[in-house]
Design a protein around this ligand. Sequence first.
Ligand SMILES: NC(=O)c1ccc[n+]([C@@H]2O[C@H](COP(=O)([O-])OP(=O)(O)OC[C@H]3O[C@@H](n4cnc5c(N)ncnc54)[C@H](O)[C@@H]3O)[C@@H](O)[C@H]2O)c1
Length: 385
Amino acid sequence: MKKIGIIGGGAMGSGIAQVFAQYGHPVVLYDTNKEALDRSKQNLAKTFEKLVAKEKYTAEKAQEIQNNIEYADSLSAFASIDLMIEAIIENLDIKKSVFKQVEEIVSDECILASNTSSLSIASIASACSKPERVIGIHFFNPAPLMALVEIIPAVQTREGLADEVKALIQSVGKLPVITKDTPGFIVNRVARPFYSESIRLLEEGVADAETIDFAMTSVGGFRMGPFELMDFIGHDVNYRVTESVFESFFYDPRFKPSFSQKRLFEAGFYGRKSGRGFYNYAEGVEKKAPSQDQALLEKIYKRVLVMLINEAADALFLNIANREDLDTAMTKGVNYPKGLLKWADEYGLENVQNDLDELYNYYHEDRYRLSPIIRNFVKENKTFY
Ligand SMILES: NC(=O)c1ccc[n+]([C@@H]2O[C@H](COP(=O)([O-])OP(=O)(O)OC[C@H]3O[C@@H](n4cnc5c(N)ncnc54)[C@H](O)[C@@H]3O)[C@@H](O)[C@H]2O)c1
């Protein structure tokens, strides 16, 4: 069993520690903050109390799993680990200095991974004397429940390491996908239009948030509408991701953030957790009833869907990931009802092309440019599957 060292005992680090411990791996969880370690240990105990009550585990097994985790306040505990996963604050300079420190303690064979959501793995690896052993392993929140894990080899990563890591991640019950080291990896790149196109529809006054949410859940089959979901994630998180993806893509207009969301962020209207976002969560405030105009609901659904399909298709066009991994990422990472490339085939690639060309011709904005792969496939009468 490989010994896993995890840095950062916050939401992600604790969840990742649980995943490996459940599969019998010895885990060392390190955090500079002693309280974070205590909290992590207590939360895990509570989680397992519930799982035992639900008869998912026997009390003995639950204890055995918890005993697999050692809580360490010194990095010296990392001397014999095989894999390090870093899950600390999202700050490049701090991550780089932590990777440097770890490299001095671990063996030459130890794999060094980051759980970063938005930083480039190449930039983190550049801090190391052996950058070829650095890779991204991006879990989703909450790690014990979300099956998807994005694996991100950097330009420096040695050949074959991504496949080794993939096998290890599979062995702990997860669904790994391999993606290029580009902004947002798969999920945070391809999902952008779900939010941005919905906000655009709201800003243009095509419909209100309630109606757009209703269109995406009732016609589209998404579990949550975009506005409910943004309010749930929090605009502090969701807006920052949008802004960071936009900047990292050298300001490609396709990823442009919106003023509506920026203002919510600036006002501290983060959504559910602060009582107000796109919706007002104060007691007694009821949501408006959505429009039942089927033609309007269809129009909203189609516009957001073709934008999502275009993003997934473009990621395939640019070899960010393969077809299966792109679809798995969206169904398992953000619970989309179908993979977007499969959905594209069902919707008809010619329909996707016509819808997007119509939007482009109307707006003359680069955000609506069709991915060449769709135009080529239509011409050649091909489908994604
Ligand atoms: N929260 C999410 O939804 C999510 C999802 C996927 C990836 N991520 C990424 O995972 C990482 C961690 O996110 P989180 O939400 O768990 O953060 P968090 O704030 O919950 O936890 C971070 C922990 O790291 C500790 N820490 C900070 N600096 C440290 C250092 N130098 N050495 C050791 N410990 C240190 C803090 O004490 C804290 O306990 C980030 O890179 C984030 O982008 C987050």
